[in-house]
Design a protein around this ligand. Structure first.
Ligand code: HEC
Ligand code: HEC
Ligand code: HEC
Length: 137
């Protein structure tokens, strides 16, 4: 075969480019199952660890609702001792202000339909929302 060297180099470069996301994920411990999410840059950490939130935010929200509505308790003490106001909009959405690029993006990807926003409000004040308000579905 002529030019075998070039062909093989091409194949190797191709494989590096195609596989690099997997190596990246492998090295950083991140999995590729979620789309790129906008996490807030105003805070470094969520209420609980990211892994915990990934897996349990629905249960956490559910128990928040129970404690707030049934027991009238308005604060949540996290595992690290920090306290947060029990409030979907005032706490979660205060940090995750870009609901569309965070909650919704992942939910759309995972096929989750959330009815919470039928009643709960979220402030549409972020720059991103303002800019694209006209084009929202
Ligand atoms: C039918 C309307 C309705 C729907 C749908 C609904 N909620 Fe609520 N929720 C309420 C009301 C009313 C309160 C009480 C507000 C208060 O006490 O100020 C509340 C309170 C809460 C609270 C505690 C206080 C607060 O304002 O955040 C949480 C947390 C909560 N809901 C989470 C959820 C989640 C998560 C969903 C979706 C799975 C959901 N809710 C869907 C009506 C609703
Ligand atoms: C103090 C600000 C803050 C509050 C309040 C907050 N978050 Fe977060 N949250 C973050 C940050 C920052 C990250 C990303 C952390 C990281 O990069 O590892 C995050 C990560 C997450 C993740 C994981 C995303 C992923 O990468 O898979 C979920 C889910 C989540 N938050 C949901 C919630 C919910 C639901 C609430 C309310 C109960 C909430 N957050 C309240 C700041 C916050
Ligand atoms: C990393 C992906 C991801 C992010 C980010 C995320 N969710 Fe979810 N969420 C899921 C998945 C997956 C489920 C379904 C889990 C199941 O069915 O066990 C879910 C389920 C839920 C549920 C229960 C389903 C229902 O009845 O509506 C609520 C409430 C919820 N998410 C709220 C939020 C809120 C609020 C945010 C943003 C602050 C958020 N989620 C961000 C992945 C995510």
């Amino acid at each position: 075969m002529y030019n075998a060297g070039k062909v093989i180099t091409g194949i190797i470069i191709f494989l590096i480019i195609v596989l690099s996301p997997f190596w990246y994920n492998g090295l950083t411990g991140k999995t590729a199952y979620v789309p790129l999410l906008k996490v807030p840059d105003t805070a470094k950490q969520c209420v609980e660890s990211t892994q915990y939130m990934k897996e349990n935010h629905m249960e956490l929200l559910n128990s928040w609702k129970e404690t707030a509505v049934r027991q009238g308790k308005k604060t949540y003490t996290a595992k690290d001792g920090k306290t947060y106001g029990i409030n979907l909009t005032g706490t979660c959405i205060k940090c995750h202000a870009n609901k569309e690029e965070f909650c919704d993006k992942c939910h759309n990807y995972a096929g989750v339909k959330s009815y919470c926003w039928d009643c709960h409000n979220y402030p549409k004040t972020g720059a991103w929302e303002q800019k694209t308000a006209g084009s929202r579905k």
